[in-house]
Design a protein. Structure first.
Length: 86
């Protein structure tokens, strides 16, 4: 079995949503991102089961921490311990 890591839920991160270095406000969607650079939104990555395949795993998105209607999960990671027997 392959680990299932993409496609079920957006992956919640501790990164506060803010502009990336060198980014410019979109002329097509002027209020889409910059209105949310308020310190209340966190970055989510990947995609959820309902995300279109063209954008899955290719973008970052954002949600307010208190927003209850997002398909978001977490991934727990730990360092692998090298075997003492080698």
């Amino acid at each position: 079995d392959e680990p299932h890591t993409v496609g079920s839920v957006w992956e919640w991160t501790s990164t506060v949503f803010d502009s990336l270095e060198g980014s410019e406000q979109s002329q097509m969607y002027p209020g889409y991102s910059s209105d949310f650079f308020d310190g209340l939104h966190n970055v989510v990555r990947g995609a959820a089961w309902c995300t279109h395949g063209r954008v899955a795993n290719r973008m970052r998105n954002f949600y307010q921490r208190s927003y209850p209607y997002a398909f978001i999960g977490v991934r727990f990671v730990r360092d692998a311990v090298a075997s003492q027997d080698s």
